[in-house]
Design a protein around this ligand. Sequence first.
Ligand code: NI
Length: 199
Amino acid sequence: MLPIRLFGDPVLRTPAEPVTVFDRELHRLVADLTETMVDAPGAGLAAPQLGVGLRVFTYRVSDEEQGHLVNPVLHFPDGEMQDGPEGCLSIPGLSWDCRRHEHVVAHGQNMYGDPISIEGTSRLARCIQHETDHLDGVLFVDRLDPETRRAAMAEIRNADWAGLSTPMIKASPHGGGPYGPNVPMRNAPAENDPFGLRR
Ligand code: NI
């Protein structure tokens, strides 16, 4: 299991790059994502959560509904929406109700570069939307209604993991910053936007 980047880490706010090379390194990434997601445990994990800026995620909402998707493009076949609790391994231990499309069709590739599609309903649809958001630097707290979001931000600020940096950032030679001694200053959030939500 690899360390999962936490809310406040700039990599979670950085749009990921499309995958163009389907090599052993990508296969390794899919294996790492799968293993860490299962061990966490979580219903999905996107590459930026492991600090990798590539458009790849894994999902596992049931034994029948699990896999991975590279370079996802989402389509919503109808306007039906769902409300329900959502959480994120980068915001551990917390969850809030989040509105999502009920049905999604995701086109993309598998790790060998073959075109694949996934049709999702209910929890799988929610998971696919959540993980694809991660690849665009979007977190589900961004999609909460304003009141819930205010409450969520307060809970996040008070979480016992708030402000913790992750091992790879700790190893950085840069100094200073509100998220620990070694967060590079150029990525440090603005004082009036401590969680980077407005970027
Ligand atoms: Ni997440």
